[in-house]
Design a binder for this molecule. Structure first.
Ligand SMILES: [Zn+2]
Length: 366
């Protein structure tokens, strides 16, 4: 099937597909923003199944409400599970079986697979059969970042829809109108989110913005020659561990990698989930630190506060930025990238942070 690149994910585009009467049995939703793809999958399911005659989808009828709350018996949601976060053969078979049964409410059926590229080979082969021989009135939506890990035979049999990142103003509008975020805060979050709704939503949690404040402040503290780098690295690592522990506690059971039959995770699986949450927290830390350094470079070069990601921090940034040479700031940027790579290469985080903070201090506190 051909590949269509949609510019937007809104109702009118889904409507065009449905009105054309050429709805594919299998879609592959691609792109970096998970939330945007999930919202679209929900809209697509509602558009296909809404019981309100004449309406595209009404969002009010029992069908729409059940789909919105993930409680519709004919809309199957699946995501990878277990220590390896895999979609296994049992899951692929359950999709095939569910789609081939008569629907509970007598209409269409939709299966939505999140992180569908995490199918193992057996599952992928079984899925291929489901895609090749679709039952009437059944639709499959596979969600993934890109096509790389899919069997080419699956990719070629799905209608691909690519969801690009949004422009900044759309994220600001979304935050203001849907999430009631005050304008100045919406501007900052939109800058940090880089056109990605999923990222923007993470910043709605005040804690994440407060974490950014801490990291920016930490960057400034390194500039003081009397700062104890070792102590700073230790407290910083402790904060990351605390955040990860809190995140693990807050993961809903259906996303914690729970097994499809609802049984508890083994201790090994639990450790694997915890490790991936910790890695995510470390990655967020380095991203924010990198953005902070990037702002220094941009402000140093242009003096234009409008171009900064941390636009609300312009006063503090300007106080420091002018004193640093571009060459030294660029070297700091490289050091931040190298430190993250060292962590990914299994160097202990506290040690990575000690070396990084020490090098930044040496570069910038001449
Ligand atoms: Zn409806």
């Amino acid at each position: 099937m051909s590949s269509i690149k949609y510019e937007l994910w809104n109702r009118s585009l889904i409507r065009r597909v449905i009105d054309s009467g050429r709805v594919a049995h299998a879609y592959l939703f691609l792109g970096p923003d998970q939330q945007k793809k999930i919202w679209t999958a929900i809209s697509m399911a509602k558009a296909l199944m809404c019981s309100e005659t004449g309406a595209f989808f009404c969002d009010q009828c029992p069908t729409c409400k059940k789909i919105n709350s993930h409680n519709h018996p004919d809309v199957l949601w699946l995501r990878p599970s277990g220590a390896r976060r895999e979609i296994k053969i049992e899951m692929a078979r359950s999709i095939q079986a569910t789609l081939s049964l008569k629907s509970y409410e007598g209409g269409k059926k939709v299966a939505i697979l999140i992180d569908a590229d995490r199918m193992n080979t057996e599952a992928a082969n079984s899925m291929l059969k489901t895609i090749e021989e679709p039952a009437d009135n059944t639709y499959l939506i596979l969600i993934a970042a890109d096509v790389e890990r899919f069997l080419p035979t699956i990719v070629s049999r799905c209608q691909q829809v690519y969801f690009p990142l949004e422009d900044r103003s759309s994220i600001v509008d979304f935050l203001a109108s849907e999430c009631h975020v005050e304008p100045s805060r919406a501007e900052v979050i939109a800058s940090l989110a880089y056109g990605n709704y999923s990222e923007a939503i993470k910043y709605l949690d005040d804690d994440r913005l407060e974490w950014r404040e801490y990291i920016i402040d930490l960057f400034f503290r390194i500039f003081h020659s009397e700062t104890d780098i070792f102590e700073l690295a230790e407290t910083c690592e402790k904060r990351i561990i605390d955040r990860a522990e809190l995140s693990v506690k807050n993961i809903p059971p259906d996303q914690a990698g729970a097994t499809p039959d609802g049984s508890d995770l083994t201790s090994m699986e639990r450790a694997s989930v915890e490790k991936s949450v910790f890695n995510e927290e470390v990655s967020v830390f380095f991203q924010i630190l990198e953005l902070c350094c990037r702002d220094f470079i941009i402000y140093n070069e242009t003096g234009d506060a409008e171009l900064l990601v941390n636009s609300d921090k312009v006063e503090a940034l300007s106080r420091y930025a002018r004193g640093f040479s571009m060459e030294r700031l660029l070297r700091c940027m490289v050091e931040i990238g190298n430190a993250f790579k060292a962590y990914q290469g299994n160097t202990k985080l506290q040690f990575v942070l000690e070396i990084l903070f020490d090098r930044i201090q040496q570069e910038l506190v001449a």
